[in-house]
Design a binder for this molecule. Structure first.
Ligand code: ADP
Ligand code: ZN
Length: 207
């Protein structure tokens, strides 16, 4: 099972959704199961993400698994142990455009590649290398969080600007999960309840 390259036997799985949707938890869950099955793991995250820990992938619910930190996607190839069966990658949206090619290469080598990352940034714009990864993956799981405003399934990440200590959530209160109706792409305005206001008249839209 391990220890040798199985050409063509690899594949790419992507776990995506907004912040707090449980992407890291799901990645860690899959990696733990692989470890229980005595498969060899390597886990990578980009240097930009220093959430809670260095050398570990940590979920907002404090699940954790050891990881290697790399600056560029090609470093995953140079750090690869040929005996590795499963490669986990977290915060994939922060990697460079080379990441889809790296994942394809790993899968071609016979590795199971499990990638977790944000599909959209806080404006709702597709994030970094994620669109291409979603296109080339064999399997995609898009998951939701709970909208912090209304409780509906949330697919967007809200950036909270001008927020005070009243707002206490993960990621230092800078972001929260929101549904489409409650999401404000330009940043939340404190005290405003925009979801109660009808959509603006396009004729009145600012230039
Ligand atoms: P992601 O990697 O997608 O940012 P994590 O796996 O790090 O998500 O964290 C998911 C956990 O975040 C949930 O299990 C829950 O404990 C917590 N959480 C905080 N805010 C929310 C929310 N609005 N909706 C769902 N879970 C939330
Ligand atoms: Zn909502």
């Amino acid at each position: 099972m391990h220890g040798f390259i199985r050409p063509g036997a690899g594949w790419i799985e992507v776990i995506t959704g907004p912040m707090f949707s449980g992407k890291s938890e799901e990645l860690i869950r899959r990696l733990r199961r692989a470890a229980i099955a005595r498969q060899r793991l390597q886990v990578f995250k980009p240097v930009l993400d220093d959430r809670y820990a260095n050398g570990e992938v940590v979920s907002h619910s404090r699940w954790r698994i050891p990881s290697e930190t790399v600056e560029r996607s090609e470093e995953i190839i140079s750090a690869l142990d040929p005996r590795t069966d499963v490669v986990g990658i977290d915060e994939a949206q922060f990697f460079d455009d080379g990441l889809p090619g790296v994942c394809r290469h790993l899968a071609d080598l016979g590795k199971r590649v499990i990638v977790a990352g944000l599909d959209m940034d806080y404006r709702g714009v597709p994030f970094g290398p994620m669109p291409e990864l979603l296109a080339i993956a064999e399997q995609v799981q898009k998951i939701t969080a709970i909208c912090a405003r209304c409780g509906a399934p949330a697919s967007y990440t809200q950036r909270l600007v001008g927020s005070s200590e009243q707002v206490v959530v993960g990621a230092a209160g800078v972001y929260e999960a929101r549904c489409r109706r409650c999401h404000e792409p330009d940043g939340a305005v404190e005290g405003e309840e925009r979801w109660l206001i009808p959509p603006p008249d396009p004729a009145e839209a600012p230039e």
